[in-house]
Design a protein around this ligand. Structure first.
Ligand SMILES: *Cc1c(COP(=O)(O)O)cnc(C)c1O
Length: 434
């Protein structure tokens, strides 16, 4: 499945509250190979779910992205797959299954609860917790054989030594986060020797040392400076090192250390929304896995002069076909996509249909060029790099993070997972847990 890439420079018109503006010319080509297989999958999903909208997670894209990540990293470099936030909104367990099948050796999540969830679902590979360890988390971390991150020894010094053991009797092993410029978590490089000494006294072993880049794909020199500081600080120690998340992988920075540590790239999400960085990301070959698919739940032809939705923010200019889709901000679509900032994509033709009126809690209204066909398929978020409808396009237009766009979707829409265009798993509405 080829990603549909817009030509750069098809800038979206800025739109006022009551003027959704012209449809963007950036739609995908009609009749593209994706559209017919998507229509078949969507038709089946609508029937199986008994619902008119769902989140589609294309697991082939995840496989593709792992292969891209392997090609971007050194021959002896492993992958620590970051699957926090329910694999960035795509759904934790199915994405993890694919990662493990594809030979990903380790996982990382943000919170202890996410790590415990993975253990309770039978995941046995090493799991690093990226958030800073607190004393109240030590018990859960050790009893589930997780690897916590630490920036200081504070959480550990208050513990009796027998609490710093895993169930098999081995010593707690920690990942040391080093602050090389991000200034979020991490021990200052000057304080690292003292921290290592404290850990020795506590009989805690060191699993790895890592740092995290602060700057965008287009700012390689700044990240290089952080890498230099990191390599110098860690030089005296014999331990595993990992630095490159999605940005580093695209930049080719720190991709030959012991591990890479990508998250967003796994589901084809670019780490930034700027066009130039995004073009570099696309050129690597990544494909978005996440999209939101819907058929209209209702439509009508309205005459000129009608006001649509809460607060009457959009007025029809002439006869306009207005369709409802059953998804709103309670599912995860930003209210700031109201009134032409966002559009839905008509799969049959690739046309963009502007969202008119406010995004409401459970529904959006879009202006269609004509009456839709029975059960016609639309995408509310596209699995491409479209300037309006993709996660990266939306994030750019909203001044938001790309990862927020799928990451904010709740459990109310079912998640439908596919391989080779076939549905392989469904996480039903409100059943999806993590
Ligand atoms: C989230 C996170 C990652 C993954 O970053 P991506 O940009 O999603 O690849 C890696 N390391 C740390 C410390 C993180 O918090």
């Amino acid at each position: 499945m080829g990603a549909i890439i817009n030509k750069p420079g098809t800038a979206r018109n800025s739109m006022t509250e009551d003027e959704p503006g012209a449809e963007s010319a950036s739609g995908s080509a009609s009749g593209s190979p994706t559209s017919s297989s998507l229509v078949a999958l969507a038709t089946q999903a609508f029937l199986e779910l008994g619902a008119p909208s769902f989140i589609h997670v294309n697991l082939d894209a995840v496989v593709n992205n792992i292969n891209v990540l392997k090609s971007l990293s050194g021959p002896n470099t492993g992958i620590m797959g970051v699957v926090k936030g329910g694999a960035y909104g795509s759904g934790l367990m199915k994405v993890v299954d694919v990662l493990l099948q594809e030979g990903v050796q380790e996982l990382a999540v943000a919170t202890v609860a996410e790590g415990v969830y993975l253990r309770k679902h039978g995941v046995n590979v090493p799991i690093t917790i990226l958030g800073n360890l607190l004393a109240c988390e030590v018990e859960a971390v050790t009893s589930h054989t997780l690897t916590p991150s630490i920036s200081w020894a504070t959480a550990l010094v208050s513990q009796p030594k027998h609490k710093l053991l895993y169930p098999d009797g081995s010593r707690l092993s920690v990942a040391i986060n080093i602050d090389t410029g991000m200034s979020r978590y991490g021990v200052q490089p000057a304080d690292l020797p003292q921290l290592v000494q404290q850990l020795q006294q506590l009989d805690v072993s060191i699993n790895s040392m890592y740092t995290h880049f602060q700057s965008a794909i287009t700012e390689k020199e700044k990240n290089q400076k952080q890498l230099d500081i990191f390599l110098q600080a860690t030089e005296p120690y014999k331990t595993r090192l990992h630095v490159a998340a999605t940005t580093g992988c695209v930049q080719g920075l720190a991709t030959h250390l012991d591990l890479i540590r990508p998250g967003g790239a796994i589901t084809g999400l670019c780490s930034g929304s700027d066009s130039e960085g995004c073009q570099q990301f696309i050129r690597c070959g990544f494909q978005p896995a996440f999209s939101v698919v819907a058929q209209p739940s209702f439509y009508k032809l309205l005459p000129a002069g009608r006001y649509i939705g809460y607060d009457a923010t959009y007025q029809t200019h002439g006869d306009e076909w207005i369709a409802n889709f059953t998804t709103g901000w309670s599912d995860g679509i930003s209210r700031r996509l109201s009134n032409g900032v966002g559009s839905v994509k008509r799969v049959k033709t690739g046309e963009l249909c502007p969202i008119v009126g406010r995004v409401s809690m459970d529904s959006i209204t879009a202006r269609l060029p004509e009456a839709p066909e029975e059960g016609e398929v639309f995408q509310v978020i596209t699995d491409d790099f479209d300037e309006v409808t993709s996660a990266v396009g939306m994030a750019r237009n909203l001044g938001a993070a790309v990862y927020e766009m799928p990451g904010n979707w709740s459990t109310r829409l079912a998640r439908v997972f596919s391989t080779s265009g076939k549905i392989v798993h469904i996480s039903h509405s409100l059943d999806y847990e993590c």
